[in-house]
Design a protein around this ligand. Structure first.
Ligand code: ADP
Length: 323
């Protein structure tokens, strides 16, 4: 094997750079060049790449985002486009592809393998932690830590003024960030897309805790929550309990920033092991995590299975210990 390719795809996540760095250096140690495709499948289709050597990944492990860029590339759903891209890749001498992204990106990777026998390996990188077959995805830990830091700051105001805050965190279809943020930041309540009709319970809980003299109330809301994110929830709940409230939408600050130690470590292991899998002829695998250790999981299983349910038991825990 002389040359591999790597791309980052879908939403960017802190730790993607650490995965690229590990993949490049593991390949280089085996005398394999790494082509970094720019902006996900968009660059792959357009044959836009740069060779990334050992030195090119110096000083990136601590940086958020992805230095080779990412995108969504609807064109890649077209089998004709994939065929042309696979032929182009071969013509450039690229013998296998590492895809860092979520399950959508893995569907693209698997299509290349199934239709054109391109050896592929997946590295789960998404802040939402919603990939089947892995306990954790790269970026989740950092995103939750960022959200918790922001909630801590809002809590000072909540405590001082007695105002209730509805804080929206990312997660269009996954409540994982919201659930972990709520427990870690000591929120009074949490609403996520996977658990419906929690309003009346939350309203009852808030009324009770106000009666008991609790002054600061933080309610964490996942953006994909059924009532329309934090603004929708605030209107329903805030009006029902007749308490002054404010809404804070954390938005994209959750995506960037220095990756946490945890994300750097899991990304580094995944990058190195993805290269090892391809070199040793194991294709179509994702490097996931199980019980704190990296594991190879067939990509076919990852994309076939439903998104894993987040820890919905954390919902009850957040409420039970919020006072
Ligand atoms: P994520 O990888 O985070 O789940 P998306 O679902 O947006 O993000 O997918 C990222 C990209 O992967 C898409 O823009 C597209 O280029 C590619 N992709 C997604 N689904 C498929 C599919 N079924 N077939 C081929 N490519 C796909």
């Amino acid at each position: 094997m002389k040359r591999l390719g790597i791309l980052t795809s879908g939403g960017d996540a802190p730790g993607m750079n650490a995965a690229i760095r590990a993949a490049v250096r593991s390949a280089s140690a085996r005398g394999i060049e790494m082509a970094g495709y720019l902006n996900g499948f968009t660059g792959f289709v357009a044959n836009r790449y740069q060779l990334i050597d050992d030195r090119a990944v110096a000083n990136v492990i601590q940086r958020g985002g992805t230095f080779i860029g990412t995108s969504r590339c609807p064109e890649f759903l077209d089998p004709g486009i994939r065929a042309a891209a696979a032929a182009q890749m071969r013509a450039e001498g690229v013998e296998g592809l590492l895809v860092v992204g979520g399950d959508g990106s893995f569907r693209g990777a698997l299509a290349l393998q199934d239709e054109h026998q391109v050896p592929v390996a997946g590295i789960p990188g998404t802040i939402d932690n919603d990939v089947w077959g892995t306990d954790e995805t790269i970026g989740f830990d950092t995103a939750v830590n960022t959200a918790v830091l922001a909630v801590d700051q809002v809590r000072d105001t909540s405590e001082s003024t007695g105002m209730m805050f509805f804080i929206e965190v990312m997660g269009r279809r996954s409540g994982a960030i919201a659930l972990h943020t709520a427990v870690a930041a000591g929120a009074a309540g949490v609403l996520v897309p996977e658990a419906r009709d929690e309003f009346s319970k939350l309203i009852k809980h808030l009324k009770r805790s106000i009666e008991r003299g609790k002054r600061s109330h933080i309610i964490v809301v996942a953006e994909g929550e059924q009532a329309g994110g934090a603004f929708g929830v605030a209107k329903l709940v805030g009006e029902a309990i007749k308490s002054p409230y404010r809404v804070v939408v954390l938005g994209h600050i959750q995506r960037g920033g220095r990756p946490s130690v945890r994300d750097r470590v899991i990304a580094s292991e995944a990058g190195a092991l993805a290269v090892k899998a391809l070199v040793e002829g194991r294709t179509g695998v994702m490097i996931g995590r199980n019980g704190g250790r990296p594991v190879e999981v067939p990509l076919a299983d990852v994309v076939r299975n439903q998104h894993p349910a987040p820890r919905l038991d954390l919902l009850a825990l957040a409420e039970a210990i919020s006072g």
